[in-house]
Design a protein around this ligand. Sequence first.
Ligand code: GAL
Length: 824
Amino acid sequence: MREKILFNSGWQFYYGEAGPIHKTVKKSGGLGGLTSVLPGERGEAVKLGPAGKFFLSMIPAPAGEENALLEMLLGSDLKVSLKGWRAVDLPHDWKTELEYTPEKSVFMAGAKENGVGYYRRVFSLAREDEGKHIAVEFNGVCRSASVWFNGCFLGDHYSGYTSFGFDLTDLVNYGDEGDNVLLVRADTTTGDEGWWYEGAGIYRDVYLVKTDTLHVDTWGTYIHLDKLVKGSARMIAETTLVNRGRKTRSARLDTVFSDDQGNKAGSAAVPFTIEPLGSLTLIQEISLPEPRLWSPETPVLYTALSSVVENGVTVDQYETSFGVRTAAYTAEGLLLNGKPIPLKGTCIHQDFAGIGTALPADIQEYKIRKLLEMGSNAYRSAHHPADPALLDICDRLGMLVIDENRLLESSELRLGDLRDMVKRDRNHPSVVLWSLCNEEMIGGSPQAARMLQRLVGELRRLDTTRPVMSAELLPPGGELNPEYFNIFDILGLNYPESPLMGNNLDKVKAAYPEASYLNSETASYFSTRGAYADDWERCQNNNFGSRFSMMAPGKDIPNAFGAGGTARPEQALGFYAANPYSGGVFIWTGFDYRGEPSPFLWPAISSQFGIMDTCGFPKDYYYYYKAHWTTRPMVHVMPHWTWPGREGELMRLRVFSNCEEAEIVENGRSAGRKTCGSDWTEWELPYTPGVLEAVAYRDGKEVAREIHKTAGAPAALVLAPEGWAEPRLRAGGTAVVSASVLDGSGNAVPTADNSVTFEVTGNGRLLGLGNGDPADHSADAYPVRRLFAGKAAAIIQAGTGKDRLVLKAASPGLAGAALEITVR
Ligand code: GAL
């Protein structure tokens, strides 16, 4: 029966060229060296059949120097040792371990040098595994991965974003034949795929998959809705079966649907025969009575269990999680299950504080939950195919996804990447739109139109249930090449709301009134968490709006002031409100990310477009979006109320609320109650230390209140689990813990910048630290971190055991803190 084994632990890692390791070889299976077992590891370095022994016998060698002979015959790969190698667990992004560099060529990519890294995994497989099909699956390696197994070169995979795998079956050493060695080389010097930080290494999960030689192929199911008829869903299950064995096999495919309670919801069975090394795709129609439709509010998942049954014995079982829903796109925007659903989206890159791109699923979930709490319902995986672990979370939590192909090229290589994305992701109900590219320089050209035809044709062979779009920058005049744009179902336009872009959507809309539009990327608003003044030296942008600009430095463009990158949040949401046919918004970006630190130069190392910082700590405009996207009463006032030395100075206060009225109360005195503006409501008050309160009203009754108290000198550290009700983690689970500082009266100090030393004891480890400062050069995994604007984040991981772990924080002059976490 199928076994899918998470293969993330027990790897060896080497940074740099561990070589010489070749891809070509004179005699089969003879690469040896690091690609095979080494002295001390069980088994022979190179497998020798009779011919090998014959060759060796021709070269006289003193006993014990057989390797020297092999070297003469096979090359220098045998001269290796594991000096400099160390143990790592996956996921792993080696760039988090490097120092930041001012080198211009990597400035946009997060200021880390490019390089080469090797991962090696030695493992044994039991004799009983012989006869099974054995494969390795990589969810993602950055980048230009080369893979060897037991002395053989298996192949290269260039994309750092698509998943891939290899069949290992024939090459495996079973039982006493010896150990097995999997070697992966990743190389980021081959060129970037993006203009942002992309990480380096095996940064997503790896699996070893054992199956019968007759089995459901990798990504071999496609479960989709054909039609909703009279209270029942007519589903189509397409299943690709492969027979990697030497005999013709006759069996039956049973596909059984279960609901989320495990109750059987529908089934079909069909007999089949496959010849040796053959494959076959079977199509089954299965009716699912009274389906519960998937939507962000009701993320109901079903499971399809595909069983291969031969002579009454189940030889393979493959599980597919799916949802029942329709997704169409019209001039009203996205229609999910026939109902328009305005997209409250953000664009997201992959990285996170402390861990780079190596995000355990729990951290992916943390990010998604933060976005959902803000009221966001859509996620654009910019600009790459998403991590499959992320899509599982979006399915489960009800987040809509635009899954994005990396490049608009139709070479066999790039077509392969597109196919891989679509085959892997087409069962996810969360994936509602495919995007084929972002802002390609050749977009709209005749060549692009031809390539696009090819890509869309390929995509349509694999999935017809989702609209296809791209994310385009239009020339200021809004000129379109219909040959190109007509191929898409949706015209995705980036920044149509920006005055800097010449408001070109009006012109396009006038020329193509029937087309469907989506604001695929919007805002790009700079802000630094906790900053209320621009500061070029410290690379900080005022949350009220920055005077620094990326697009038009020094130019006087009406309304562009304060836009930072391209437009203000108010312009983005305002544009959609005025043009509701444009589907919604995808704010650039949900979180700050490494790289692209525009408008700053070194020492800035991360972007500031995020609604939240790199740790997921909200900036003030988080509450702007929350006010627009949620209905539960909320109020937020910016800035904080701790301004020593600025007593009497007039302070500008901005309140975000989704209520009818808001009031500012300062030290018990009302500064006036106002009807809430559509974007925000402002007050001006002279600063007096004490208590600042923002109160929100509906129907004249208080429904929400936020309090800022002037803080005194820092006195004590506090640790708080972010996003969990109780400090409890499952074995192997990962979590974010925030550190902050209180004054002697227990008030949070919003400006604290104390340096804090973190330590994990017991059953767990510290994966990394962050603070959201866009110019902090501390090493991710170094246990000391300065608080930035009062906060830092520790990313901790529980061990596999069941004991507790304790996270401790200490800082000179402050009372320390300890958080005990139960591991279950
Ligand atoms: C967009 C681009 C994004 C990012 C952003 C910054 O044009 O698609 O990847 O670079 O600009 O404002």
